[in-house]
Design a protein around this ligand. Sequence first.
Ligand code: FES
Ligand code: FES
Length: 161
Amino acid sequence: MGAEVTVRFTVNGRERSVATDPDRTLLDVLREDLELRGAKHGCGEGICGACSVLVDGRRMNACRTAVAKAAGRSVVTIEGLADGDELHPVQRAFLELGAFQCGFCTPGMIVSAVALLDANPAPSDEEIVAGMDRNICRCCSHPRIVKAVRRAVELAEGGAR
Ligand code: FES
Ligand code: FES
């Protein structure tokens, strides 16, 4: 454990300041200190993507990111994607198509899909599969997840945020 430092960053649009060991993971700080438990602790080794969050718009595995690296940056978690009561198109698409079973991987999947579509708003199926390949669904919902990402493209094109 290192000496505590104060890390200041923005989480879901809100300025946050946390006194912490700088080597703790961003995932632990989000879940334990900020009570944002959408990002999940799956493998803890950067393999499953269940902990995916956006840092300055880039998808990152929060389980492998020291919280100190988030200082001064903008972090977005699954809790920050909806606009009030209006779900993000990717969230709507996952719900519409039931692209999950247990739901454990779903927050990370949705965050990764948002990052994918921000970078490439009209991906091919191959690009969707490649863009989501850092997220694992142990319930084998991958085919429906690909369909949901495709549906999110339609919803976004149709004017849903
Ligand atoms: S929990 Fe972070 S990649 Fe698996
Ligand atoms: S829905 Fe269960 S791990 Fe993906």
